[in-house]
Structures are given as structure tokens and as C-alpha cells.
Design a protein around this ligand. Structure first.
Ligand code: HAM
Length: 421
């Protein structure tokens, strides 16, 4: 068996846990739809260049975490490490002619990053994400954050913090970068090896390094907020004002940067103290330059992605979990089995959760199975019942018995069982 065991960092989702996912996904559907988002599904495999261009050549994801291989025709393809790049590609390829902007998409599905597996960090993980393409108004940032807020509230997830920052734009970023580099240069020999490498290509990423020796230095580094141009500064103020108006609390984290290079202006993370080191349940921000970087017209955009595995650890048990059977049908003998099998089919078509025992098994063993499956009702049919044309529906909890005529079998079952869910 070891020969075929699952890969490190890849997990099965099994019954017992999968019901919770179904419930979260159903709440996501209604919430995201209410906020005007439509479902988008993009392929899991894309051309490698899409991600290198979007996420950034010098990001950790592109440098060392992508599952990249050669396609049969020799081209480089990659298992998607995130969803935003694919959504923008699909938007540009298929839907950018849509006259209605902003375009609002949501998605959910697996992402792949070759990271070191640990609690809360997998190599195949799932994201639930949303993207708004075509709107620069700060109200759009607030709308997106209010969607996240509503979704978490509906799930009953508590103890989250919205951490907010602004990363500036191509107008103000260069001055900030220069200032940051000037500060970091003095401390270069003390930074970790990775950060020394990042210093030339991607100094902002140094602010995100978790190593102790780097954190001592980055704590005192100049924050991007001090260098925002007027437009970015006004935009950020409006976002904060809008959040306050909706009573959505947040904290400003001046050194918050993101591991993906496409962000501009608003950047955020939703964190929890309940998950240890991997504390970001969701993250996102504006990426006003990405559509143009992928060959489209200059188009602002903003989005987020929730890490589903992390979220699931915070979600209370769902009402979908351990749903009991409505009814267990007990046939005693071949004739009864033949009689009940179409009844089982008819009831399932009415969405009753039912199972049927084996016609040659004893009453006792079938009752035991009904009990184990948590059936609320059982219906026992043997030759005698077929001769008489009647049987009883038994409530397993109250032991109450309801007489049923065979001529009205499904109707009586439905009116008694279906109503008690
Ligand atoms: P990200 O911060 O790379 O952003 O990922 C978003 C979330 O996915 C994280 O906050 C975390 O909850 C989850 N996540 C990331 N990596 C792993 C992993 N290895 N194992 C388990 N969970 C993980 C993005 O991917 C952006 N595309 C978000 C975005 C959308 N920005 C704009 N639009």
C-alpha cells in the first residue's frame, strides 16, 4: 500500500469532513451571488508564462514553488498556484467585450504550490476567491471587504482581524523602493541569505520575511504608507472611511506586503490567532496593472482568495454534518425486496434520504443497520404485509407507529417523514 500512498502535502477530503465543505460552499454561493458575483471556472493547467508574468519572476512562488513541466509538444505548462492570473486571462480572452463593467467573478478550486508541508500549509490546497475587474472607485474595495465580512459572519467564524495597508502605485512605488533600499543597505550583512538575494530584485518582499534576524531590521524600515502619492493616499483614506461607515473593523499594518508582485494600492490579509504560524485565512488586494501586463487595456481590478483548508478549521460544525437518514426500508424476503425497490427509487426522487436493507437478511440485522445509519423511520414489509396491503411506519425515536396503506405508500411516507427534517 505504501507504494500507492498519497503524496506529501496532498490530502483526501472524506465524508465526515466533506459535509462541512458542502455547507460552506452553499453559503458562499448565496452570499457571493447576493453581492453580484458570477461563478467562473478556469483550467487547472495554464501556460507557465501566465504565472511568471503575473505573480513575478522573483516571487517565491515562481522561483521555487510551481509545479511546472513540459507538455507533449514541448511547451512549458504549470499547475495553477493561484486563481487571479487565470481569471484575468479568461476575462481578456473571452469576456472583455462585455459592456457591463465592473465584471465580478468568483471561483473555488484547487491550487498547487510546492511548499514545505506543515499545519495549514499544503501542496494542493483550495481557494475560494473573488475578483472585480474594471473599477478603481474605493467603494469597490469596501464592497469586496464587506463581502468577506458578511461571509465569515454567516459561517459563524469569530476572532478574525482585517489587516490593511496600501502599497502605492507605479507613480509612488519607485521613490519608496529607493528609500527602502537605502535603509536596508545599511543592514545587508545581517539579513538572511534569501533576503540578501531579494535586495536587488525585490526588496519589498524582505518586509515579509519571517526570520528573526530580518524581522529585527524590517520592524524599523520605512513603510510604504509614508510614500503614497496624493491619489493613493486619498484612495486609501476613502477605503478606511467606507469600512468605518459599515462598522467593519480593521487595523492598519504598515509593513504588510504580499508574496505576489501584482499588487497596487490596497492590500489586506484576514488573520486569526487560532491557527499558529499560518495565520492568514484570506488575502488579497488591488492589482490595477495586471490586466495591462497581460496584454489588455489599462483596467483596474481587486480581489481576494480564502484558504479553504484554513477556513475549515475555524468553521463550527455545519448543519450538513451527520445528516441522518430519513427512512430505512426493510424488506423481508424476495417478494418484499421487489416491491420496495421501486418505492426506494420514488422516494429518493423526492429527495428523501433513504436506504434499503438486504431482502435475505434477518429483521434483527436490518434493524441494527437502520440504527447505525441513524434512520429516523423504518418501514418493514414482509409477505404478510403484502397480502394485507398495509404496513406500519415506525418512528425510531418515539416508537410511534403510523399505519400505511400500500395504495398511498409514498404519499403517506412523504407527508410524515419529509415534514420532520
Ligand atoms: P495568497 O496570499 O497567495 O493570495 O493566498 C490566499 C490564501 O490562500 C492565503 O491567505 C491562505 O489562506 C491560502 N493559502 C496559500 N497558500 C497555501 C498553502 N500552501 N496551503 C494552504 N493554504 C494556502 C493569492 O493567491 C491571491 N491570488 C489572492 C488574490 C485574489 N488577490 C487578488 N485576488
Amino acid at each position: 500500500m505504501k507504494e500507492f500512498s498519497s503524496l506529501k502535502g496532498f490530502k483526501d477530503l472524506l465524508p465526515g469532513e466533506s459535509e462541512r465543505w458542502e455547507w460552506v460552499e452553499s453559503i458562499a454561493r448565496t452570499t457571493f451571488r447576493a453581492f453580484g458575483f458570477s461563478l467562473i471556472r478556469t483550467p487547472i493547467l495554464e501556460r507557465t508564462a501566465l504565472f511568471t508574468r503575473s505573480i513575478g519572476e522573483t516571487s517565491d512562488i515562481v522561483e521555487k514553488e510551481m509545479y511546472t513541466f513540459k507538455d507533449w509538444n514541448g511547451g512549458n505548462i504549470t499547475l495553477r498556484p493561484e486563481g487571479t492570473a487565470s481569471v484575468v486571462r479568461a476575462y481578456l480572452e473571452k469576456t472583455s467585450h462585455t459592456p457591463i463593467l465592473p465584471a465580478k467573478f468568483y471561483y473555488s478550486g484547487p491550487m498547487f504550490r510546492h511548499e514545505r508541508p506543515q499545519a495549514g500549509r499544503l501542496r494542493q490546497f483550495h481557494q475560494l476567491g473573488a475578483e472585480i475587474i474594471g473599477e478603481i472607485d474605493p467603494r469597490q474595495d469596501v464592497e469586496l471587504l464587506s463581502l468577506l465580512h458578511t461571509f465569515f459572519k454567516r459561517l459563524g467564524v469569530e476572532g478574525l482581524t482585517l489587516e490593511l495597508n496600501s502599497l502605492g502605485c507605479p507613480v509612488c512605488r519607485p521613490a519608496y523602493r529607493t528609500s527602502l533600499k537605502t535603509y536596508l543597505e545599511e543592514h545587508l550583512p545581517t539579513l538572511c541569505e534569501d533576503c540578501q538575494r531579494r535586495f536587488m530584485a525585490n526588496p519589498l518582499r524582505i518586509l515579509d520575511c519571517k526570520k528573526k534576524e530580518c524581522r529585527v531590521i524590517t520592524k524599523k524600515a520605512p513603510p510604504p504608507l509614508d510614500y503614497l502619492c496624493q491619489e493613493c493616499s486619498d484612495h486609501f483614506k476613502s477605503v478606511q472611511k467606507g469600512l468605518r461607515k459599515l462598522n467593519i473593523s480593521f487595523v492598519i499594518r504598515p509593513h504588510l506586503v504580499r508574496g505576489l508582485d501584482y499588487y497596487t494600492k490596497t492590500a489586506f490579509e484576514i488573520t486569526t490567532t487560532a491557527l499558529g504560524a499560518q495565520n492568514a485565512v484570506a488575502a488579497g488586494g488591488r492589482y490595477d496593472g495586471l490586466v495591462a501586463a497581460l496584454g489588455g487595456p489599462a483596467t483596474p481590478a481587486i480581489g481576494f482568495a480564502i484558504g479553504m483548508e484554513r477556513l475549515m478549521q475555524l468553521v463550527p460544525p455545519s448543519p450538513f454534518q451527520n445528516l441522518p437518514l430519513h427512512l430505512f426500508l426493510i424488506p423481508l424476503g424476495k417478494m418484499a425486496g421487489e416491491y420496495l425497490f421501486p418505492v426506494l427509487y420514488a422516494l429518493r426522487r423526492k429527495e428523501l434520504r433513504c436506504e434499503m436493507g438486504k431482502e435475505n437478511a434477518s429483521l434483527k440485522s436490518q434493524m441494527k443497520r437502520a440504527d447505525r445509519l441513524g434512520a429516523r423511520f423504518v418501514l418493514i414489509v414482509g409477505e404478510d404485509e403484502i397480502d394485507r396491503g398495509t404496513t406500519v411506519l415506525r418512528d425510531m425515536a418515539t416508537k410511534e407507529q403510523i399505519n400505511i396503506e400500500f395504495t398511498e405508500l409514498t404519499e403517506t411516507i412523504l407527508s410524515n417523514v419529509g415534514l420532520r427534517d
